[in-house]
Design a protein around this ligand. Structure first.
Ligand code: GU7
Length: 290
């Protein structure tokens, strides 16, 4: 499926965006379920609906708008995807992750990936933020990778290393920002895992994930991070915990995940998420300027 988006097609899409907006973004933001507000804090935005971008896929999930927003945030030029593409929509992982390559050819050096996720770590509360410091690529265990198929060396190497994929400096900066915001007890650092979905997990799967040291589970992000690291972007990623996953068999129905709850939690935590992202963008921009 990599062949669906050869380098030249990605270049055309990137040119369409940079020429259409007259901007070259440095930071790319992918908005998780219900976190589209991360795009709404961008000033003087130029908005491209996915349908209007030649060769771009379209979003089919409630809570994912389907707009690419490019503009200024805390002095930096950023581009945000309001709506991402998921494996469970029937898109191959290379298609889900192609926006990261578009960002790269637009000039983006930093990827901020956000998602809503289920909390497996029992210390996590609904509404907490987990800064990702590593991931378990469950889809990769079954042979699914966004890098499957022919490798185009203009993007990156055939066999990319993925240790230290999550930029430690950005994680430490985000922890400091969490302290300044007074939310340090709700900010964690943990391991995320991506399952195929669209079903949520069984108890046995959650127990297995917990045994592997996974702290939060979702249906996205990992393939975007792999694609970002392949083309040497710095990566910062976090999960908004939108429900606590059961890891024992019990008849408590209230532990069942549902999408309405995911979007409701995202709605009432979007302010904190936006604040964290804005402050981190400001740090990066001011350091680069210095
Ligand atoms: N247990 C559990 N809780 C979750 N909350 C959000 N997501 C991320 C998946 N989001 C989907 C459906 O809500 C939409 O992309 C999950 C998940 O995958 N599992």
């Amino acid at each position: 499926e990599n062949a669906t988006y050869p380098y030249e097609v990605i270049q055309e899409i990137a040119d369409f965006i940079t020429k259409g907006s007259g901007m070259r973004p440095k930071i790319g933001i992918i908005c998780g379920s219900g976190l589209g507000s991360l795009a709404e804090i961008i000033q003087d935005p130029k908005i491209f609906e996915y349908e209007k971008i030649p060769n771009f896929p379209v979003s089919t999930v409630e809570g994912h708008a389907g707009k690419l927003v490019i503009g200024t945030l805390e002095g930096a030029t950023v581009m945000a995807m309001q709506g991402r593409f998921h494996f469970y929509e029937g898109y191959p992982l290379a298609k889900c992750s192609m926006p990261v390559r578009v960002m790269k050819l637009c000039g983006v050096e930093y990827l901020f990936a956000t998602n809503a996720a289920g909390g497996i770590n029992p210390r996590y509360a609904v509404g907490d933020i987990m800064l990702m410091h590593d991931h378990v690529n469950m889809l990769g265990f079954a042979g699914n990778s966004p890098l499957q198929g022919p490798n185009d060396p203009r993007f990156g190497p055939r066999f990319p290393a993925l240790v230290n994929s999550y930029n430690k400096e950005l994680i430490n900066k985000a922890i400091e920002i969490g302290k300044t915001m007074g939310i340090e007890s709700n900010v964690h650092v943990g391991v995320y895992s991506c399952l195929g979905g669209p079903n949520y997990e069984t108890i046995a799967e959650l127990k297995a994930l917990r045994m592997m040291g996974v702290d939060a589970v979702g249906m996205s992000t990992v393939h975007e991070v792999i694609t970002a690291r392949h083309c040497d972007m710095k990566v910062f990623a976090f999960s908004l915990i939108t429900n606590k996953c059961a890891t024992e068999y019990s008849d408590k129905k209230d532990e069942e995940a549902n999408h309405e709850e995911v979007m409701a939690v995202a709605k009432n935590r979007q302010k904190a998420c936006c604040e964290l992202v804005a402050r981190l963008v400001r740090e990066i921009h001011s350091n680069a300027a210095s």
